[in-house]
Structure formats: C-alpha cells, structure tokens
Ligand binder design. Sequence first.
Ligand SMILES: Cc1cc2nc3c(=O)[nH]c(=O)nc-3n(C[C@H](O)[C@H](O)[C@H](O)COP(=O)(O)OP(=O)(O)OC[C@H]3O[C@@H](n4cnc5c(N)ncnc54)[C@H](O)[C@@H]3O)c2cc1C
Length: 253
Amino acid sequence: MSIEKFSVEKVLSVHRWTHNLFSFTMTRPAHFKFTAGQFARIGLMVEGELVVRAYSVVSSPFDETLEFFSIVVPDGAFTSNLQHLKVGDELYLEKISYGYLTLARYQQPLPQDLWLLGTGTGLAPFLSMLQDFETWNKYQQINLVYSVRTESELAYVERIQEIADLFGEGHTGFKFIPIITRDPNAALHDRLPVLIGNGELEKAAGLSFNRDGSHVMLCGNPQMVEDTKEALKQRGLIMNRRGEGNIAVENYW
Ligand SMILES: Cc1cc2nc3c(=O)[nH]c(=O)nc-3n(C[C@H](O)[C@H](O)[C@H](O)COP(=O)(O)OP(=O)(O)OC[C@H]3O[C@@H](n4cnc5c(N)ncnc54)[C@H](O)[C@@H]3O)c2cc1C
C-alpha cells in the first residue's frame, strides 16, 4: 500500500465507553471531504507495517475534526493496537473517503420516513447523517434504531439527544429506539429481524414500513444485515439499486 495515499493526523481526544468500545477524534486535513454516511480508511503503524481498516465517520461533514467509534477485537490486527491510542498519537488517514451508504443514493421512492438500523459501532454513519440539517429537512419521520447486547454498550445516548435537539429543533418526528438483546427487561430485546417480523419495531416507532416512502438503512454485523434485509423484503420493501428501492446496507465484516 502506497504511503503517499495517506496524510498523517494527530489524535485529539479518546473517550472509553466500555472495555471494548471507545471513540476518538483526530485532526481533519482540508483535503479530506466526505458525505454523511461515508467511511475513511485509517492506518496504524504496527511493527513497521501500515495496517489499514475502514471506519465510518461519526462527525458531520461540516466539522473541523474527525470522530470515530471503535470496537476492540481482542486479537484483531488493528484494534488490539488501536485500543491503546492516546492524545497526541499519530494516525494515517487515506486522503479520500469511500462508500455508498448515503442519503443521496435514494431517488425513488421520494423521502417520507427514514429508518436507521445499526448494531454496535454500526451506529457511526447514522450519527453523521443526523448532524446534517439536510437529513432533518428531507424526512417527516426519522427512527434511529440501535441494537446492542447490554445496556453498558449503549454508547452516545446523551449525544443522540443533544444532536436531535440541535439539528432537529422544531422537528416532531424523531424517535430513538434502543434494543438490548441480552436484557429481558428491556422494552425491546429481540433481534431486529424478529422485531420486524412480529411488528414490534413498527409499534415502537408508531409507524409502518411503506414501500412508497420508507428509506431503510442497515449497518454493522453482516448476519444482522442479511436477516434484517430478508425480514424487510417479507414486508414488501425492496433493495435500493441504481437509486430505486428502500433498503441500503453496509456490512462491517
Ligand atoms: C465500510 C466499513 C466501515 C467500518 N466502520 C467501522 C467503524 O466505524 N467502527 C468499527 O469499530 N469498525 C468498523 N469497521 C470494521 C473495521 O474495519 C475493522 O474490522 C475493525 O476495526 C476490527 O479490525 P481488526 O483488525 O482489529 O479485526 P479484523 O481482523 O478486521 O476483524 C476480526 C473480526 O472482528 C469482528 N469485528 C470487526 N469489526 C467489528 C465491529 N465494528 N464490531 C464488532 N465486531 C467486529 C468480526 O468478527 C471480524 O471478523 C468497518 C468496516 C467496513 C467494511
């Protein structure tokens, strides 16, 4: 991999949510442009070799710094090193951004309601979209559905509220719907495909999926993405291809 494709950036802050989840911010070079929902490729020098991984940008396209939300995979080549990140450390950032999990990909149906369905760190691209006023202007109803295993993994809950207050000021159609799969006492605790199949997700949102107006984005665990996609198809929604259709997905591995 050619090192010229990267710029060297500095870590500005690190926030640890749990032993295996953390967020960090870093400097943003002027040349690094992205659309909400896209991902960056971040590199770390490990024993003299550049190890690179894809990371959805959490920040808004208008922010001066870049924020990311990361898992720690115990033996992962990248995150077992990244977890020790400190303020002032250097990270490599590929100069261009990537990805098609953006609202611009939808041409038909016209936007009515937006469903953002993420597992774990798959929340990241949706935080970026929610920090873009255009998202709030486009949709009458926005449902952010965030599935985790335990309550302690529900990161960003206060920020989500702050973002909704600031960017969605005056917007009456926002719902944050957490799912905690290992907590039988949580209001919603089944896997997403089950909650779609039995209608509980729509009940919690107070809205039904609608082939003529729903834009549904899925991000995170590939098994969740696959099974949820099937559950949505059963409800009459279709995959978005060449601008047309309801469902857009991004797999993290
Ligand atoms: C388009 C895209 C965007 C991504 N955005 C993010 C992001 O914003 N935040 C993030 O943490 N990761 C993200 N990832 C995953 C990321 O690129 C790495 O896989 C992750 O950082 C682990 O790297 P690793 O080398 O430690 O382990 P890897 O060797 O890359 O992965 C080892 C195993 O860890 C598990 N795993 C990998 N990523 C995750 C994850 N995010 N959550 C739970 N389990 C995981 C899988 O079982 C995988 O097989 C993204 C991946 C893609 C393709």
